[in-house]
Design a protein around this ligand. Structure first.
Ligand code: HEC
Length: 157
């Protein structure tokens, strides 16, 4: 399973780097008011309408959904969707059900995760794609590291 997680992270990073490298020259061009494509502007990412939380598993699934929205939002520069989903992630980490394991490693990754998600909210407010790319990466690292720590402690995924 660590292989799958690493591959996912690598794919995300590759995607992000590609997105950045193709967008950078464009944003410098004066005639580039049309980038990102107008379809991205006219069709913002729809807000997620998720069910109320009952357990930590549901928190995880909602977090995954919001993380995917953020990735989409970074690619389309939809800062409203980015802000909304990053805020929701911070909210989820503040729920009692989030703290499933009272172990120093778990708490460390939990704090790192929360810090990265809060930074993403700030990036969305300042329309900082580079900052968001870094903090999305940090957030994802904490997803994977925490899951590896949880597995090491012989708990479920
Ligand atoms: C601080 C630790 C921690 C972080 C950070 C974390 N998770 Fe989890 N994750 C867990 C634990 C613990 C479980 C097992 C929960 C359970 O079964 O009740 C879990 C389970 C999951 C599951 C499986 C749920 C199921 O149906 O069994 C998914 C999917 C998931 N996490 C996604 C993510 C994503 C995506 C991120 C990052 C955006 C993330 N997690 C960040 C601790 C963490």
């Amino acid at each position: 399973m660590p292989t799958t997680s690493s591959t996912t992270v690598l794919l995300s990073i590759t995607f992000l780097l590609n997105a950045c490298s193709t967008e950078k020259p464009d944003t410098k061009a004066p005639s580039d008011k049309s980038h990102p494509p107008s379809t991205a502007k006219s069709k913002p990412n729809p807000p997620l309408n998720l069910k109320p939380i009952k357990n930590s598993r549901q928190i995880m699934h909602q977090k995954l959904a919001h993380a995917q929205v953020i990735l989409h939002a970074m690619a389309t520069e939809d800062f409203d969707a980015m802000k909304s989903s990053a805020k929701q992630i911070v909210k989820l980490t503040n729920m009692a059900q989030w703290l499933v394991i009272n172990h120093p490693d778990y708490l460390r990754y939990s704090e790192g995760f929360k810090r990265a998600a809060s930074a993403l909210v700030a990036d969305a407010k300042t329309a900082d794609v580079d900052g968001a790319t870094l903090h999305y990466f940090q957030m994802t690292m904490n997803c994977v590291d925490c899951h590896m720590a949880v597995r090491k402690l012989h708990l479920s995924p």
